[in-house]
Design a protein around this ligand. Sequence first.
Ligand SMILES: Nc1ncnc2c1ncn2[C@@H]1O[C@H](COP(=O)(O)OP(=O)(O)O)[C@@H](O)[C@H]1O
Ligand SMILES: N[C@@H](CCOP(=O)(O)O)C(=O)O
Length: 321
Amino acid sequence: MAVYTAVADDEMRALLAGYDIGPFQGLAGIQQGVENSNWILAAGGRRYILTVYEKRVDPADLPYFLGLMDHLTHRGIRCPQPVQDRQGRALAELAGKPAAIFTFLPGRGPTRIVPAHCRALGTALAELHLATADFPMHRPNTLALAGWQSLAGGIGARADEIAPGLSREIAASMATLAADWPHDLPSGTIHADLFPDNVFYERADRVSGIIDFYFACSDAFAYEIAICINAWCFEPDGQFNITKARLMLGAYRAVRPFSDAELASLPLLAEGAAMRFLLTRAHDWLNRVEGALVKPKDPLEYLHKLRFHRGVTGPGAYGLD
Ligand SMILES: Nc1ncnc2c1ncn2[C@@H]1O[C@H](COP(=O)(O)OP(=O)(O)O)[C@@H](O)[C@H]1O
Ligand SMILES: N[C@@H](CCOP(=O)(O)O)C(=O)O
């Protein structure tokens, strides 16, 4: 259960006295999520999300994340809007920790992804990228090439505890990625963790909301597309589904066309995106605490995806011409 902090009703009443959203009615803890504590907050006859930031989020980054969500809602993107108090502040404090209240989004992440979800995601992703064009803040991607090198160095030979030969395979792929990674692709603000649990739908053909912007950063738009190819276009049995990729990429390019360089880079970006999640999952796996609430995700799912992209020779493998 992702509620790590106790919040007393009196504390909530005191907090809400500074807002214009009506009197406090109740809090219900949300089971999903792993990093922060989240509740459905009832106030003034409406639902909101209350988030208390736990360890993962650096408080220095919160103005960037909250500023981004505010910017996007003003550009018509359906994402949580930080609710400001009467002084115009979105960032609050509860139980001695940073906290914020957000608008509630309808829908939920798909449990079984169908091609229509991927097509709708492609449209929503391109709209998201275009909407960030005039977002003035920047945050370096701490989980880009230099971050992977440091994670891979920290994991070292222990990767072989996950699968025999894994450390050699990581080193070989890291060498390719470091030598060939493109640094001049069209860039801007990306979400950087656009997995199905962070994209809400009420029906399969339309995204009703995007949440969890706490990895958002400045990076190449095509790298975000590569993350989505990995997270959305492989079946649970590991098979790559080219139909899902074709629909997702086709819907994206209808809103924001790809440059030739983006197209040509896609296989390498997808390998890098697989490496990013392989490494964070391998790190969490090797440092897991017995009996912890959160079950570590499977690193080998991403090794399988990384191998797939290493075998790809061009964007045609993703259904693109
Ligand atoms: N604005 C929102 N509207 C509706 N539900 C939300 C909203 N934000 C978060 N949630 C719910 O809270 C859960 C956890 O949120 P998330 O940001 O993914 O937490 P974590 O950062 O801990 O992973 C989501 O799966 C969703 O059920
Ligand atoms: N999407 C990542 C894990 C990040 O977790 P989140 O709950 O913050 O989305 C992965 O699958 O490895």
